[in-house]
Design a protein around this ligand. Structure first.
Ligand SMILES: Nc1ncnc2c1ncn2[C@@H]1O[C@H](COP(=O)(O)OP(=O)(O)O)[C@@H](O)[C@H]1O
Ligand SMILES: CC(=O)N[C@@H](CCC(=O)OP(=O)(O)O)C(=O)O
Length: 258
């Protein structure tokens, strides 16, 4: 089986021009099939505020009305995605930008309205890998933003961590798939302010204890739920940490196991 690395980067890299440049330079040197997934939530919030559109987040998810959907489409699929693709091209990595609508790669259902109406937010129902495999087999690197579609003409906002885990699951039966979540800390930490307190391995049982003891909270909860979703659906390797974990062998990070 061929190995595929799916790498997700969040706000800490995207919002910092130098960090992004450095990361993309290093990413371009990965001489193996790879997919980059990027968020951009912080920039979308900034843009919405500048345009005086109300920002509403519930449990880390953006309530996405039509105006907000326009903003996130411009920011995620436009500004951030195209900038990353251009910089990868400058680093001799042949990249192509994707939303889930492109090549019908990620189909989702608009989240049903229960207690909360999230608006135009999509829950992934299907990942189509055929087009992506043709690109990967020809040394072309897909770059995904956090947008999917419903196959009826509607774009939907889908969390970037979820896009990454669902893509990984979509590939996992045919490829040896590795999923890497890069964020601003060295991994899941025993003490959130101490970057030296990395928990090197978390499994289903220790995860429960860490949540019960409130060691893990806020944004880390949905991120870890995505990690376990992936590891329980054939994804071979799931890691969380700083981007350096990809490039430096002895860089401490967290590995998720069943
Ligand atoms: N045990 C923990 N270790 C590390 N970070 C944690 C932990 N518990 C909660 N967090 C929080 O989770 C955040 C990461 O989630 P989030 O902000 O959603 O990431 P992203 O960079 O992908 O947007 C960290 O910045 C930190 O504040
Ligand atoms: C539905 C939903 O919440 N979507 C996210 C998508 C962007 C994202 O996930 O960005 P980060 O990884 O940088 O947080 C949002 O609009 O904020």
């Amino acid at each position: 089986m061929k190995t595929l690395k799916i790498i997700k980067i969040g706000g800490n890299i995207i919002d910092d021009d130098n960090a992004l440049q450095q990361f993309l330079k290093a990413f371009a040197t990965i001489d193996a099939p790879k997919i980059l997934v990027h968020g951009g939530g912080k920039l979308a919030t900034k843009m919405a505020e500048q345009m005086q559109v109300e920002v509403k987040m519930i449990d880390g998810r953006r309530v996405t009305d039509l105006e907000t959907l326009d903003i996130i489409t411009m920011v995620y699929a436009g500004k951030i995605n195209k900038n990353i693709v251009a910089q990868l091209q400058a680093n001799h990595c042949n990249a192509i930008g994707f939303s889930g609508a492109d090549g019908n790669t990620i189909v989702s259902n608009k989240r049903p309205v229960n207690a909360i109406d999230y608006g135009f937010v999509g829950d992934v129902k299907q990942v189509n890998t055929e087009t992506l495999e043709i690109l990967l087999n020809n040394n072309i690197t897909p770059v995904f933003c956090a947008i999917s579609h419903d196959k009826n003409g509607q774009l939907l906002n889908t969390n970037a961590d979820t896009i990454a885990s669902e893509l990984a699951i979509g590939f996992a039966t045919k490829w040896n798939t590795e999923l890497y979540y890069c964020f601003e800390k060295n991994g899941v930490l025993e003490h959130v302010d101490d970057d030296n307190s990395v928990i090197e391995n978390i499994n289903t049982a220790t995860y429960k204890t860490l949540v019960d003891n409130k060691v893990i909270f806020e944004g880390m909860l949905p991120k870890l739920n995505n990690c376990f979703h992936a590891i329980n659906h054939n994804v071979q390797k799931v890691c969380i940490g700083k981007a350096q974990m990809l490039f430096q062998k002895d860089n401490k990070h967290t590995t998720i196991t069943k």
